[in-house]
Design a protein around this ligand. Structure first.
Ligand SMILES: [Zn+2]
Ligand SMILES: [Zn+2]
Length: 291
């Protein structure tokens, strides 16, 4: 009898336990179902998504069949807005390279111009003839004629002075430097900020410091012109040490960086050096994944 009572109580105990377990499971799954839309609302980019950078204009060759020309342009895909950073010197070269890469100019939502030099802004009017449904962010110090090119084409103009947010995860450093004012692009990724520079006239180390200060994390990657074409190896090594001291993980110097600097960066950064040129794509998988 005692033995029977023991089995009966064991049966009820296990039934109660599984009921409690099922109830807890229900609550948990209901909690998840309820939590999802809330977190999706608070943070629009919860799904994994990649950051893709494509160099459309550069004086360094990379992809066969594309035209190389002195200047710089880089397409940024992955953030909420598709961004064209600089437009090179000639729109025919820019649009020709885009056509060869099967990139429709209509995909661009935002154009960011780094600084006044022709090899970065010369392609603007030609590009706007193909797509004027864009917002163009340019340094406030740029001449009135460049601003008129935007407004006459019917595009939106944003004059940048201080650092600002362009769209979720994408920022401008604001105008930096003295004689030649320049803005750089800062993209917040899970691996740290990615910085895109035009010519880096304010100094690539200064730009990196600004990005680091804005995001509060070490820079993951710097891409673009580092303006070291006319710099000797001793000075270049000093700049490499400066970037390493800032804990910059990867470097992709192109445009006005020069072959000497590219070689020295390759030696210093080794597997974290990216050889960039026209047509080069750099993809960061899951760059905007939630925390
Ligand atoms: Zn320049
Ligand atoms: Zn340049």
């Amino acid at each position: 009898m005692l033995r029977l009572n023991y089995w009966i109580s064991l049966f009820w105990a296990s039934t109660l336990l599984s009921f409690a377990y099922a109830l807890a499971g229900c609550t948990t799954s209901r909690g998840v179902v309820q939590a999802a839309p809330v977190s999706a609302e608070a943070q629009p980019r919860v799904e994994q998504s990649d950051l893709k950078l494509t160099i459309l204009y550069d004086n360094n060759p990379h992809t066969e069949g594309l035209e190389t020309r002195w200047g710089f342009s880089c397409l940024v895909q992955g953030p909420e807005k598709t961004i064209l950073f600089d437009v090179g010197g000639e729109s025919s070269v820019l649009l020709g390279n885009m056509a060869k890469l099967a990139i429709d100019p209509q995909v661009v939502d935002v154009v960011v111009l780094s600084h006044v030099h022709h090899d970065h802004i010369g392609g603007l009017s030609g590009f706007l003839r193909r797509n004027n449904e864009v917002t163009v962010y340019m340094p406030r110090s740029l001449p009135q004629s460049v601003k008129q090119t935007v407004t006459t084409a019917g595009a939106n103009l944003v004059e940048v002075n201080q650092s600002l947010r362009i769209c979720p995860n994408v920022y401008s450093t604001g105008e930096l430097g003295g004689w030649i004012k320049e803005q750089s692009l800062v993209i917040k990724t899970v691996r740290g900020p990615v910085v895109i520079t035009g010519c880096a006239h304010p100094g690539v180390v200064n730009i990196v410091k600004k990005a680091k200060q804005m995001v509060g994390r070490d820079v993951y990657l710097v891409v673009g012109g580092f303006h070291l074409c006319w710099t000797n190896s001793w000075q270049i090594k000093g700049i490499i040490r400066g970037l390493q001291a800032q804990k910059v993980k990867k470097a992709a110097p192109c445009h006005c960086s020069g072959d000497l600097a590219r070689n020295l960066f390759k030696q210093a950064y080794q597997e974290n050096f990216i050889l960039a040129g026209v047509g080069k794509t750099i993809t960061i998988p899951g760059a905007f994944a939630g925390p």
